[in-house]
Design a protein. Structure first.
Length: 64
């Protein structure tokens, strides 16, 4: 699944660690999601959307 996590994080000048703390996950998890090595669970995807104040569809896109 493609995502805009890195771009959204950079727009806010947050490090991976900053975002990880907001999501209560490890920095390594944020890195894995950003690089597409890990797709977040649905509850985590909703937390990510809440942190950025955006709908999930604005962050994650299906790969076709």
């Amino acid at each position: 699944m493609k995502n805009r996590l890195k771009v959204l994080r950079a727009e806010r000048d947050w490090s991976q660690q900053d975002l990880a703390e907001r999501l209560a996950v490890s920095r390594q998890s944020v890195n894995a999601i950003e690089t597409g090595r890990y797709d977040p669970s649905l509850p985590l995807a909703f937390r990510i959307a809440d942190v950025f104040g955006l709908p999930i569809e604005d962050i994650f896109q299906r790969e076709v």
